[in-house]
Design a protein around this ligand. Sequence first.
Ligand code: HEC
Length: 200
Amino acid sequence: MTHSRLNLVLTTLLVAVLAAAAFSRTDRARPNDEFLPDMKYSLAYAAFEAHPQLPNQRTMQPPVAGTIARGETPLHYAATPEDALRAGAELANPCAPGTPERTASQERGRQQYQHFCTACHGPQGLGDGPVSKRGFPPPPSLQTGKSVGMLDGQLFHILTYGQNTMPSFAAQLDVQRRWDLINFVRTLQQPVTATPVPGP
Ligand code: HEC
């Protein structure tokens, strides 16, 4: 085959390919043909999808009345100082002091504290976080304030329902995390001078 013939064949092929591409222009907003897509798309309804068979047309159903989901702790308190006292008397810390569970809980709490609390309460709980220095009412010290004398359940009530300008953290922190934070805050409250310092 001479060069000129080869060029002619290649040019013809190129034109044919371009013409085919132009005529078979597909809708680019839609996926291309898929090979065996059965495993890719689930037949199950997605959580927030409408469901034609269910009574309220919703796939995700509310919990059955009178039932408690596994791992859920129903709380029957109002966001009042009286109920904070009642929570103090009634709620028990799931991690007893001195146990390995308590140590693990404190460690988790330390991380949560950095994410959720330092902005206002400061790294040591002194109420000197950056938010408090820019106009937000500074919180009392967690090391020496009223919280030292509060029962664990009372602190749990504050984290769950808030207290005055302190917001509720129930939406961000599940029950276990709230206890983890309380267990960490307790470590802040142990005065540093409790460890005997050797004299000169
Ligand atoms: C937006 C700022 C802000 C954040 C974030 C915040 N707090 Fe507070 N907190 C406050 C303020 C302000 C008060 C004082 C409320 C009052 O006047 O009773 C307070 C009060 C408290 C108290 C009661 C102290 C006392 O002596 O009455 C505890 C305990 C507490 N916060 C723990 C936490 C923990 C744990 C976190 C992290 C999950 C947190 N707070 C996150 C602002 C904040």
